[in-house]
Design a protein around this ligand. Structure first.
Ligand SMILES: Nc1ncnc2c1ncn2[C@@H]1O[C@H](COP(=O)(O)OP(=O)(O)OP(=O)(O)O)[C@@H](O)[C@H]1O
Ligand SMILES: N[C@@H](CCO)C(=O)O
Length: 331
């Protein structure tokens, strides 16, 4: 379920016309995704081949003032050969437009459609390609002029987990309040602030990567992208890819392939390597925090089912276990 905004056929045709991509041939709502409303559109200009686009209407979770950062970043990365969709600009050259709705004005953007599917059981070859694509983004964004603070950093994890309350966390798992206190304290004391920084995707889960075989055809959903530690992005991607969904099984071959793929494009420093165990715990806390918050604050009759916070509590326990300290050792 991810079409929260109704757009009639005539209004959709007018939107497409504003982008000068030809005549609208079809528009289908996309079920995947939870934050924004998305449609797959097909349009044709004159006798040209029909082209496909993704229309996104930004819902309340995306701050419109961040859109220039996200959308300019896509254009910057695409121009440097990264597999990300370009933003289609409207006839006036704007990368997003205003959509009047019964709930007030929303923003919308038209994005290039990229082929590929999101894998659910990645192979090491696919993990290697994803690691390499992430490093390519880190290098290609070095000359991106804008920056954006990470609104999903340590301070927001403290806030979100605090808002869950001890009882809320304990209702997910009795040991969670103590685990969360221990981890937040450790991260506040040991955060490795002086590592290389740059633009990070910060949410590179399998559902945000489109692939054909072992080729990455699209990195999408840059709506958490921000300026932060590059090694933190590696840790987020590691936490997202190297485990079964529920966090019960760690896959060492995927883990190795992901890091090797990354380092085939950008080598991490010794300091970054040394920080990975802590940053992996941080990544697990980040997704535990948003999931625990949603878990304890989503009404039972909500249309969207909250994701399981324990899947990231399990990853956290894995990363924190002394016997797993060697998984990031340089090969
Ligand atoms: N450029 C693109 N090319 C092809 N398909 C795309 C593209 N962008 C988005 N999609 C499709 O639309 C779906 C939803 O997109 P996206 O993940 O950006 O939505 P969202 O609601 O913002 O995400 P989330 O739920 O992760 O917050 C994707 O799973 C993918 O199937
Ligand atoms: N990728 C996130 C959701 C979007 O940030 C998660 O799996 O919790």
């Amino acid at each position: 379920m991810a079409v929260y905004t109704r757009i009639g056929a005539e209004q959709m045709a007018a939107i497409v016309d504003a982008f000068d991509v030809g005549t609208l041939l079809s528009a289908k709502g996309i079920a995947e995704g939870v934050s924004n409303s998305n449609w797959l559109l097909e349009a044709q200009r004159g006798q040209d081949e029909a082209r496909r686009f993704i229309l996104t209407v930004y819902e309340s979770r995306t701050d419109v003032t961040d859109l220039p950062f996200f959308l300019d970043l896509l254009d910057h990365l695409a121009a440097r050969g990264c597999p990300v969709p370009r933003t289609i600009h409207d006839r006036e050259g704007a990368s997003y437009r205003k959509l009047p709705t019964s709930e007030g004005d929303k923003a919308l953007a038209l994005i290039e459609f990229l082929p590929g599917v999101s894998v659910s059981e990645p192979t090491p070859g696919q993990a290697r390609a994803v690691g390499a694509a992430l490093a390519q983004v880190h290098l290609a964004s070095r000359d991106f002029a804008s920056s954006r603070e990470n609104s999903m950093g340590l301070a927001s994890w403290q806030q979100l987990l605090g808002d869950c309350g001890e009882d809320g966390l304990a209702s997910i798992h009795p040991e969670l309040p103590a685990i969360v206190t221990r981890e937040l304290d450790l991260l506040a004391r040991k955060w490795p602030a002086d590592l290389p920084r740059g633009v990070v995707h910060a949410d590179l889960f399998p559902d945000n990567v489109l692939m054909l075989g072992e080729e990455v055809t699209g990195l999408i959903d840059f709506y958490f992208a921000c300026t932060d530690l590059l090694a933190y992005d590696v840790a987020v991607t590691h936490a997202a890819w190297s485990f079964s969904d529920d966090g019960t099984r760690f896959d060492p071959a995927i883990s190795r392939a992901l890091i090797e793929g990354y380092e085939s494009v950008r080598r991490m420093s010794a300091e970054e390597h040394a920080a990975l165990p802590l940053l992996a715990r941080a990544a697990a806390v980040r997704f535990l925090a948003t999931r625990a918050y949603d878990w304890t604050n989503t009404p039972e009759d909500a249309l969207v089912t909250p994701k399981d916070p324990l899947a990231f509590a399990r990853r956290l326990q894995f990363y924190a276990a002394p016997e797993n300290a060697g998984i990031f050792a340089a090969s």
